[in-house]
Write a new protein. Structure first.
Length: 173
């Protein structure tokens, strides 16, 4: 009984720590973007129909990204990397992470986050390491936005993801 109680306390502490990190990063981003919230048209049931429902708030967006990271078994550093990719791509509704696969393009934040998280996980497998290093980020950006397809975009993505990752990582300590 005591052992079960101790395990439950440890689980609650771990969940609290993860949510605390997510909240801390989200709060920093929220303060940074507080003036940029607006109602934007989003994709409705039919391709040419739109509605003026509000986009997810920044906290809701961070939660969706965190859930995508956890569903894919990614670390907290990978979650921070996903936030950096999201900020670097800065796509509108249905293009949040810039994932252009036909099954992900013009969908929603959840689908875009899911595809981006899977891309990070698959790249860790190809790369052979689980750590997020500068070398990993550069390699991932070459995969995410190949220089042969968009040389300028590749350079910008590398620079921006590395910068935002460093900024968000420093905030999470």
């Amino acid at each position: 009984m005591f052992d079960t109680e101790l395990k439950n306390q440890a689980r609650r502490s771990l969940v609290g720590l993860i949510l605390g990190i997510a909240f801390f990063i989200g709060l920093g981003m929220l303060l940074e973007y507080i003036n940029s919230f607006q109602t934007t048209p989003i994709i409705a049931d039919t391709p040419h129909e739109t509605s003026n429902l509000p986009s997810p708030s920044l906290i809701e967006e961070n939660l969706i990204i965190w859930q995508a990271a956890k569903r894919n078994g990614l670390s907290d550093d990978d979650y921070i990397l996903l936030l950096a990719i999201r900020k670097s791509e800065n796509g509108g509704d249905g293009k949040e992470f810039g994932v252009k696969h036909p099954k992900a393009w013009n969908t929603d934040l959840n689908t875009q986050a899911r595809w981006a998280a899977a891309t990070v996980k698959n790249h860790h497998n190809r790369f052979g390491r689980d750590e997020v290093t500068d070398e990993f980020i550069i390699s991932l950006c070459d995969r995410y936005c190949p220089p042969c397809c968009d040389p300028e975009g590749n350079v910008n993505l590398k620079r921006n993801v590395r910068w935002f990752y460093g900024k968000y990582k420093a905030r999470s300590k």
